[in-house]
Design a protein around this ligand. Structure first.
Ligand code: NAD
Length: 241
């Protein structure tokens, strides 16, 4: 199936490893030009080579996407390099584990900044360019925990459900203005990435490449009616309806 996005421009944040990298590779496989962000320049350079090998134009920018000024800098750099911005995959590292009653104000503030506000800022910066083009696809990578809170991931549960409420509301506004722009969240269950190893994950894990293909479809020309959705990619492990 041709997803109809060849030649489009995507910004994939936190894209040097894991689910972000897999998504960048899936988009590149569809002929999408890619701007990758990540914190570590050498990891980014290695990922750049992998994506370039698919046969598309790639650029990278090292920086911390959770720095409040970085989304504007990233969007500006993407538009300057590629002449536009059609697709945003808003991703950031997950917060540390912790139980709800143990959380400090500082820990909550950091999680809300990284896993709620960073996506809001990326959407805000990208929208003028997408509105000008009359087309756009935005996917925020979150977690299955928006459907089924995990006991030891209180920070993730809290920040990401706040983002889910914001996305659901903003997606209605985008539909009302017939913008041609969709805004969805993609909610991974356990996948075999470095993050999972750090958390000591075990059991059945999804393949990050398959996850990337799901995100690419949500960014496709054909997915124009998929808006304000939380797409759970978890192999069926989440029990919430
Ligand atoms: P990962 O740790 O394997 O990779 C994350 C990548 O993002 C790395 O390249 C890292 O350098 C980069 N990164 C992290 N913080 C960044 C920042 N502040 N600025 C720029 N780059 C940054 O993680 P992953 O498994 O790919 O997870 C991606 C997201 O999906 C996380 O938010 C995670 O919590 C969530 N998630 C993952 C799983 C899973 O099973 N892998 C399950 C549920 C949710």
């Amino acid at each position: 199936m041709d997803l109809g996005i060849a030649g489009k421009v995507a910004l994939v944040t936190a894209g040097s490893r894991g689910l972000g990298r897999a998504t960048a590779l899936a988009l590149a496989g569809e002929g999408v030009r890619v701007m990758l962000s990540g914190r570590d320049a050498s990891t980014l350079a290695a990922t750049r080579s992998q994506v370039e090998a698919v046969g598309v134009e790639v650029d990278v920018r090292a920086g911390d996407v959770t720095d409040p000024g970085e989304p504007a800098r990233l969007v500006g750099a993407t538009v300057e390099r590629f002449g536009g911005l059609d697709i945003v995959v808003a991703n950031a590292g997950g917060p540390p584990p912790g139980r709800a009653l143990d959380l400090s104000d500082e820990a909550l503030d950091a999680a809300l900044n990284a896993n709620l506000m960073t996506s809001v800022r990326l959407v805000r910066e990208a929208l003028p360019h997408m509105r000008a083009a009359g087309w756009g696809r935005i996917c925020c990578i979150t977690s299955y925990t928006v459907k089924q809170p995990a006991p030891v991931l209180a920070l993730s549960n809290t920040a990401r459900t706040g983002l889910w409420a914001w996305i659901k509301t903003a997606a209605q506004d985008l539909a009302a203005e017939s913008s041609g722009i969709t805004l969805n969240m993609i909610c991974p269950g356990p996948h075999a990435t470095d993050r999972m190893k750090e958390l000591g994950g075990a059991g059945v894990m999804g393949d990050p490449a398959d996850f990337g293909s799901v995100v690419a479809f949500v960014c496709s020309a054909q997915a124009g009616s998929l808006n304000g959705s939380a797409v759970v990619v978890d192999g069926g492990s989440t029990l919430a309806l």
